[in-house]
Design a protein around this ligand. Structure first.
Ligand code: EPU
Length: 452
C-alpha cells in the first residue's frame, strides 16, 4: 500500500491524539498477570496492538475491542509456548514475566521490531535471572523456567532500558519477597504500567536515583485503566504543523510527558500554548520580507525565517526521546543555520537521512561525537550524529520506501512540506504505530490518498 501526497501548504486545525502505542501493548501484557478481567480505555487501533492481541490470544486471553475500549481476560494460561508467532514486534519477550509468574515457564520467539540497530535483550535476561528464572537462548526462542517460582532480588541495569525495566517490574510484582531495580528507566509508559499494577494490588515504590522498590504480592485483581495519549504522535504532529508553517492543536497532549520537547520548540523559535485539553503549536508569522534573501531563506509567511537551528542529544526520560529526533530533523531542514542531532540511544537511527537528502535536504551523518560531547557510541564507528544545514526548499517528486515506523513519519512530513507530489510505499509499517494516519491528516487539510 502507498500514500500519494501533494504538499507545500501549511496545515491547520485540530487532531486528537490516540492512546500511546508503546503503552497499550505493554498494558495488555500487564493484564496477563491476573486471572480477572481488565479493561483498557483510550485504546489505539494500530497494527502493533493487533500483533500483541494475537500473542495474548495464543496464551489464553479473550480479547475484544469495542470502539476505543479493550477488554482482556485471561482466566487460565492455556499455552506458555508462543513460538508460532512471527517476530513482528518486540513485545513477546515481555510475556516471559507473566508466563513465569502464572505457569512457571514460558517460551517466546526471538524478538523483532524496527531496523534501527543492534537490539540486544541481555538486560531482560539478567533481570529475570536475578529473580530466579533459568533462561536458555535457542536460535529461534527464549526459554524461561522458574519451577519453584520467582524470588525478589536486586536487579542492576547497566543502562536504563525501557523494555528491561518493564520486564523486571512485571516479574517482580508477584515474586516472593522484595525486589530493588537499580538504574531503572522511568519513561511515562513505565509509570502508566506501574499505576495500573498498583490499582491491581501491587506494591511498587519509586525511590531516588532511578531506583524502583517492589514488594511481591500473591494475587493481582482486574482493573480499568486509561491508556495515556501518545507522546510520539504529539511530537510528530507538532513538528508537522511547525514545519509546514501551519498551526495545529493537539487534543489530549500531556505537558508533563513533553517537557523536554517543549523546551526545544521554544529554542527553535516556534511557539506553543498549553491549554487544559491539549497543546497548540505554530510557527510565528514574520512581519516583513527581508530584502536580499533568496526565497528559501524567507519565512513561509514572508519575512525572515522564524525558525532557528538547535543542538539536541537523545537520552532516556526525562531527556529528549530517541523517537522524537526524526520528525524534528524535518523541521530543522526549515531552520536557519546548522543544527546537530546526537543520537545516543540507538546506533543506527539515521537511515531516513537518505530520504530527506534525496528531496533537497542538506544533512551529513558522522561517526564522531560533537566537540566536547561523549556518548557510549563514541569509539564504535557508528553513524550516530547528524548535522543539518538549513533552510532548504524540499522538492516534490520524492519516492520513498518506508524503512521503519518513525522513518515513515519523516517521509510523510517531508512530503507535506515539499511542493508537489510525492509517493510513499510500504505504509503498513506506519499503520503499526499511527491510527488512521491519512484520515486524521486530511482533517488538517493535508492532501494524502491511500492506494494499493
Ligand atoms: N539495550 C541493551 N540491552 C537490553 C535492552 C536494551 O543493550 O537488554 C539497549 C538497546 O540496544 C538500546 C538501548 O538499550 O541501545 C535502549 O533500548 P530500550 O530497551 O530502552 O528500548 P526498547 O524497550 O527496546 C522502547 C520503545 C522504542 C523506544 C525505546 C527508547 C517499545 C515497544 N519500544 O524500546 O520505541 O525508542 O524504548 O525509548 O516500547 C518506536 O516506538 O518506534 C520505538 C522504537
Amino acid at each position: 500500500m502507498k500514500f500519494i501526497i501533494r504538499g507545500g501548504k501549511p496545515l491547520y486545525g485540530e487532531i486528537t491524539l490516540a492512546g500511546s502505542k508503546n503503552t497499550a501493548s505493554k498494558l495488555m501484557i500487564t493484564s496477563l498477570l491476573t486471572d480477572e478481567p481488565c479493561t483498557l480505555t483510550n485504546f489505539p487501533r494500530i497494527g502493533d496492538a493487533e500483533i500483541t492481541a494475537e500473542l495474548c490470544r495464543t496464551i489464553g486471553s479473550d480479547v475484544r475491542l469495542d470502539g476505543d475500549t479493550l477488554s482482556i481476560s485471561t482466566p487460565k494460561i492455556k499455552n506458555s509456548r508462543v513460538l508460532e508467532l512471527s517476530r513482528r514486534n518486540r513485545i513477546p519477550i515481555l510475556a516471559l514475566a507473566p508466563l513465569l509468574t502464572r505457569a512457571g515457564e514460558g517460551e517466546v520467539p526471538i524478538v523483532g521490531g524496527d531496523k534501527i540497530g543492534h537490539r540486544p535483550v541481555d538486560l531482560h535476561i539478567k533481570a529475570l535471572e536475578a529473580l530466579g528464572a533459568e533462561i536458555k537462548v535457542t536460535p529461534i526462542s527464549y526459554i524461561a523456567r522458574a519451577k519453584k517460582g520467582l524470588f525478589g532480588g536486586v536487579i542492576n541495569l547497566g543502562f536504563p532500558s525501557v523494555g528491561a525495566t518493564e520486564n523486571a517490574v512485571l516479574a517482580a510484582v508477584c515474586a516472593n519477597g522484595r525486589t530493588v531495580i537499580k538504574n531503572a528507566a522511568l519513561e511515562p509508559e513505565i509509570i502508566s504500567m506501574i499505576k495500573m499494577l498498583q490499582n491491581m494490588g501491587a506494591i511498587v515504590e519509586l525511590g531516588a536515583e532511578r531506583d524502583i522498590y517492589i514488594e511481591g504480592v500473591k494475587h493481582l485483581r482486574g482493573v480499568t485503566h486509561e491508556v495515556p495519549s501518545d507522546r510520539n504522535e504529539a511530537v510528530s504532529f507538532a513538528c508537522l504543523g511547525i514545519a509546514t508553517g501551519g498551526d495545529v492543536f493537539l487534543k489530549g497532549a500531556i505537558q508533563e510527558h513533553l517537557i523536554t520537547f517543549l523546551n526545544v520548540v521554544r529554542k527553535t523559535g516556534a511557539e506553543y500554548e498549553v491549554k487544559p485539553d491539549g497543546i497548540r503549536f505554530w510557527r510565528p508569522a514574520s512581519p516583513k520580507l527581508q530584502p536580499g534573501l533568496d526565497s528559501s531563506r524567507q519565512g513561509r509567511r514572508g519575512g525572515p525565517n522564524s525558525l532557528k537551528s538547535v543542538y539536541i542529544e537523545t537520552a532516556p526520560h526525562p531527556g529528549f526521546m530517541t523517537d522524537w529526533q526524526q520528525p524534528l530533523a524535518v523541521l530543522l531542514t526549515q531552520a536557519e543555520g546548522n543544527s546537530t542531532i546526537h543520537e545516543a540511544i540507538y546506533e543506527d537511527r539515521f537511515a531516513y537521512v537518505a530520504d530527506l537528502n534525496s528531496v533537497g535536504a542538506k544533512i551529513e551523518v558522522s561517526k564522531d561525537c560533537p566537540d566536547g560531547r561523549w556518548c557510549r557510541f563514541a569509539a564504535k564507528g557508528v553513524l550516530h550524529v547528524a548535522r543539518i544545514s538549513g533552510p532548504v526548499e524540499l522538492k516534490g517528486g520524492g519516492k520513498f520506501a518506508v524503512r521503519d515506523l518513525r522513518g515513515g513519519m519523516v517521509d510523510i512530513i517531508a512530503a507535506l512540506v515539499a511542493k508537489g507530489e510525492s509517493e510513499i510505499e510500504g505504509v503498513e509499517e506506519i499503520d503499526r504505530g499511527y491510527e488512521n494516519i491519512d484520515e486524521r491528516l486530511r482533517k488538517l487539510g493535508a492532501e494524502i490518498q491511500r492506494t494499493d
